[in-house]
Structures are given as structure tokens and as C-alpha cells.
Design a protein around this ligand. Structure first.
Ligand code: GRF
Length: 209
């Protein structure tokens, strides 16, 4: 049986689209049961609808500052859709310990850096400013600390001398679209995880899962 997966988005939804696309393959071990956005105007919503995926907008604005109530509504929607796994795909809100504990071990996130380097925002600009020679992206399980948690997959690219924030972001995003579906497949099929924090190869692209 396929792992019913809910995807949380806030915006563009390109990682969401890569997961939906992968889940359309017959042998893929997960299916996308629902896409939930906290922004009514997230461009990713139209993409999900085009694929025929059940879509729900649960706008945080409607809950004022009550993060707990907002997350409880998301939790209910996920459970009503019989989800057992959640993928954060550009979901731009910090989650409370309540929600993280509810989905502990079953909630994945994609982050545009080689964690534990460059947690948080503006990762590509910070990578350029730091002068790193290798940059990339990480899929990890979500824990209470932001952008932490066991690493499921990473992919790396060299930073080129003439890279701009935009060119680096574009190359890393292409890697994100490869490793997120791979990581979800490993997770859903119960494959043993590789040793944590390990980028197995620096060949571009490298995928560790
Ligand atoms: C991606 O770079 C992802 O790593 C980060 O937010 C961005 C979302 O992009 N968490 P998209 O909405 O998937 O296109």
C-alpha cells in the first residue's frame, strides 16, 4: 500500500510539483493525498489542482495569532485525508512543538543548503558571502529545532567563480527536485537511512539516500 502523504506549501510549489510528478509513477511507494497552503494565493495551488490533487487552503491569517489553532486545523485536514506522512515544501511558517511531536518521524523538509551549514533564510547569498566551494540541499526529518533533524538525503554542487545568488539558487533547486522525491521514496518504503550528516560523494549531482 502506498504511503498517503500530505504536502504543506506557502508559495511557488516547485518541490511540491516534483513530488506529485514522482508519485504519479506506478511503482512509487507514496501517493500525494492532499496539498495544504497557508496562503490563499500560493502559485503552487494551481499546479496541484492541475494534477487533480485535493487542495485545501488553511490561511494562518484567519487564525490571527493563534498558531496552535491554525496547526490543529492543518492536523485535522491531514488526518481526514488519511495521511501518515507530511512533506514540507517551501512551507514558510515555523511549526510549534505540538505539531512537530504529532508528526515526529513522519515529517520531512527540504532545505536549500548542506545542513548543518546555513540554517534559516537567504542560504545562497550566505553561501556566496562565506566563500564556500560546495553548496547544495538537504532533506531531513523535522524536529523541534529549525532546520535540524536526521538527514535523509543531500545533493551538492560546486560553487563556480562567476556564480550569482540566482545562478546558484537555480542549480540547487534542480538538485532539490531530484532528492526530495528520492528521499520520500526511501522513507515511504522503509529503506534504512544512511549514516547521518553524510554527503557520500562530491560529484555533481550526488544523491545520498
Ligand atoms: C525551496 O528552495 C526549498 O528548499 C525551501 O523553500 C523553497 C521552496 O521552493 N524550503 P518551492 O516552493 O518548492 O518552489
Amino acid at each position: 500500500m502506498k504511503t498517503r502523504t500530505g504536502i504543506l506549501i506557502s508559495g511557488r510549489g516547485s518541490n511540491m510539483a516534483s513530488l506529485i510528478h514522482a508519485a504519479g509513477q506506478p511503482n512509487y511507494p507514496a501517493e500525494i493525498a492532499i496539498v495544504i497552503s497557508n496562503h490563499p494565493d500560493a502559485p503552487g495551488l494551481a499546479i496541484a489542482r492541475k494534477y487533480g490533487i485535493c487542495v485545501e487552503v488553511i490561511a494562518n491569517a484567519a487564525y490571527g495569532g493563534d498558531r496552535g489553532a491554525h496547526e490543529a486545523a492543518i492536523d485535522t485536514a491531514l488526518r481526514n485525508a488519511d495521511c501518515t506522512t507530511v512533506c514540507l515544501a517551501g512551507y514558510m511558517r515555523l511549526l510549534t512543538p505540538f505539531f512537530v511531536r504529532r508528526w515526529e518521524g513522519s515529517m520531512l523538509n527540504i532545505h536549500p543548503s548542506l545542513l548543518p551549514a546555513f540554517r534559516g533564510l537567504n542560504t545562497h547569498a550566505r553561501a556566496l558571502a562565506a566563500g564556500v566551494k560546495i553548496h547544495g540541499c538537504t532533506v531531513h526529518l523535522v524536529t523541534e529545532m529549525m532546520d535540524e533533524g536526521p538527514i535523509l538525503a543531500q545533493a551538492a554542487t560546486p560553487v563556480l567563480p562567476d556564480d550569482t545568488e540566482a545562478s546558484l539558487a537555480e542549480r540547487v533547486l534542480a538538485l532539490e527536485h531530484k532528492i526530495y522525491p528520492t528521499a520520500l521514496a526511501c522513507h515511504a518504503s522503509g529503506k534504512p537511512l544512511p549514516p547521518p550528516n553524510k554527503v557520500r560523494s562530491l560529484i555533481n549531482p550526488c544523491i545520498s539516500c
